[in-house]
Design a protein. Sequence first.
Length: 289
Amino acid sequence: MTRLFSICGLAVLVSLAACGGDETDETEQQDPSELTPDTTDGGATPSEPEADAGTTDPVPSICPGGEQPTAEVCDGLDNDCDNAIDEGCPSGIAITAGVDGPAMGNLPGGSPVTAFCPAGQVVTGFSTTRIFTNGVVGNLEIECGKVTLNTSTQAKPFTYSISFPLGTKLGRFGGTLAGFSSSTFTVAVHRCPTGSAVSGLRYHSNAGNATLGGMRCSSVTASGSPGRFTLTRKQGADTTFPEVTPSATAVRAFFDCAGSGFISGFTGRAGVFVDAMRASCANGSLLLK
């Protein structure tokens, strides 16, 4: 019995059955002090591994169901098995104030006027423009579109697009046109194509009044990978207002919002017609989960 314990002395700490089966004779049990393992040859007493302080649980090597974790993609699934779905994927768009354009026209004339789209909206066109042949703006009625992130789940990974469904129609920006008959100016409608908004304007400075000769409509796309999505504006064609024939002495200028910006409103001065006007831009940025 003594020989048996000298071979399995360490194991007896875990299971007596491993070193003697059913033998339980107390008179033959070895002194526990003799069970201390020999460390003279570099042996070490087994111990529980110490936990690293300040570490977090690692991403599991196996997902529920036995699948291997993969890099997260925007597909409605928890690809990396971290109990979060589509982290770093687009969830919305934030609209913030951008840079103002140049002031055009007779700056001291008339009285102050403003027209701005509500938060989260940008200018998509003009439901009515009353402009003289030389480009002088009588007044404008401005349409705004809601900047909207759309998610297509028909394919994986998901794809994203931005649209501008009709939002708020602003009140009249500009003058009263008092004393002018309707035959002296043209009433027209100028709207951007679906999926785009006004990113730039063509000005003319003529006879000290603010003039408008055209606009630029642009679209915007969202692309990238989780945590790295960006907005990219795609410039569309410039639209020239056909009713405007500026004089040869008119100073032409074009203002375009920077980056992913779109025009969000106007400030200026007006009396009988628009004396001066300045466009303001709003920039978009993606919100990520």
